[in-house]
Design a protein. Structure first.
Length: 91
């Protein structure tokens, strides 16, 4: 019984859900970069608007994060996100 509960808990946390993992990783990366580029207040604002479930349910958003996530430099990462949105319209 414990195994089932643990497995269900892991799935709910996104461990078994690739889009949720991508969105969680991207949200952390985005928050860090926003903080590095724009300061602590903006980082906190980004964290306040974190919506992993909404992201994970939007295939275009997941695709954007898959494309941009490898950019480790914050300015390149933010530019990638901006460029993706500019080229694809509002996500």
């Amino acid at each position: 019984m414990k195994v089932i509960v643990v497995c269900c808990g892991l799935v709910l946390l996104g461990c078994g859900n690739k889009p949720a993992r991508i969105c969680e990783q991207a949200a952390s990366h985005f928050e860090r970069c926003v903080g590095d580029v724009f300061g602590t207040e903006m980082k906190e604002a980004a964290r306040d608007h974190r919506e992993i479930g909404t992201c994970a349910n939007d295939a275009e958003t997941v695709k954007m994060y898959e494309k941009c996530e490898p950019q480790r430099d914050c300015q390149r990462y933010l530019d990638c996100l901006d460029g993706y949105v500019s080229g694809h319209g509002a996500l």
